[in-house]
Design a protein around this ligand. Structure first.
Ligand SMILES: C[S@@+](CC[C@H](N)C(=O)[O-])C[C@H]1O[C@@H](n2cnc3c(N)ncnc32)[C@H](O)[C@@H]1O
Length: 263
């Protein structure tokens, strides 16, 4: 139960931001549709994408986000090289009664375009994947390549400063030093600074001003016993969501989350 609460808190900021972006898109698309009907020009397709969306979850693993999105009616394809993860995804989707809207495809990021089709999906999740692939820039380009123009990229990466801080607080000073010296993430799993993430995005064909926020600012710092206290979950959730938006607290975030549209 505590683990369930922790997991909900860990994903709260990312899920919240994603939901907001999906709602905004739906509103924009609705307005464009109305304008087009007013202009008697119903053949022209809107530049936003509608709902339900076509979603690809690259390296989606056991499908935490995929199953939740399918529960909202979206069509989700999870591309992951791990057969075990895909089997767990199938079980999870069946338990949630969304198996008809979740498809698992065994494959690698380098094959993404061939597996799902270039310029064919509305939303790509690339969460926790740039840390482990051979070439993060190539994976990012593949993720953007399968989006329709205007489609949304949700990128989540491990944040280097928080990893350094965690090791200092735990007294693991050698590891902290190694992480700091490592530069732009050569050791796998990689961790990224904000500048490195923005640098990768700059060459990826997405809009110039992505929405960037922190995730797991509070959840990974708070002592475990506090999560157990009666009434703590709501308080922690409010704290997590507020802290995620504060640039001055972003340095402490275990992850960085970026939302950006394909140009
Ligand atoms: C840290 S897990 C992240 C899982 C999930 N996206 C999440 O955020 O909880 C990394 C995932 O990337 C997958 N992965 C590893 N190498 C990959 C590759 N070359 N292409 C695509 N996915 C890969 C792993 O199998 C694993 O499911």
């Amino acid at each position: 139960m505590v683990e369930h609460r922790r997991s909900a808190l860990r994903t709260a900021a990312v899920w919240g931001a994603l939901q907001q972006a999906l709602q905004q898109n739906q509103q924009q698309t609705g307005q464009q549709d109305q304008q087009q009907v007013g202009q008697q020009d119903q053949q022209q397709s809107p530049s936003g994408w509608g709902s339900p969306c076509r979603v690809v979850d690259l390296g989606g693993g056991t499908g935490g986000f995929a199953v939740r999105l399918a529960g909202q009616g979206h069509e989700v394809t999870v591309v992951d090289p791990s057969p075990d993860a895909l089997a767990a995804l199938d079980r999870r989707a069946a338990e949630a009664d969304v198996a008809a809207r979740v498809r698992g495809v065994q494959g690698d990021a380098t094959d993404l375009g061939r597996l799902v089709g270039e310029s064919s999906v509305d939303l790509v999740l690339c969460h926790g994947v740039l840390e482990v692939v051979d070439d993060p820039a190539e994976t990012l380009a593949a993720s953007v390549g399968v989006l329709v123009p205007g489609g949304l990229l949700s990128l989540l990466v491990a944040h280097q400063p928080a990893a350094v801080l965690a090791r200092i607080l735990a007294g693991r000073l050698d590891e902290a030093l190694e992480l700091l010296r490592d530069g732009p993430g050569t050791a796998v799993p990689r961790r990224f600074t904000e500048a490195e993430v923005l640098g990768l995005l700059a060459g990826a064909g997405v809009d110039d001003s992505p929405y960037l926020h922190g995730a797991r600012v509070v959840t990974d710092l708070v002592p475990g016993a506090v999560v157990d206290e009666p009434g703590a979950t709501d308080l922690l959730l409010d704290l997590e969501l507020l802290a995620a938006e504060r640039p001055e607290l972003r340095t402490l975030a275990s992850q960085l989350h970026v939302l950006s549209r394909r140009r």
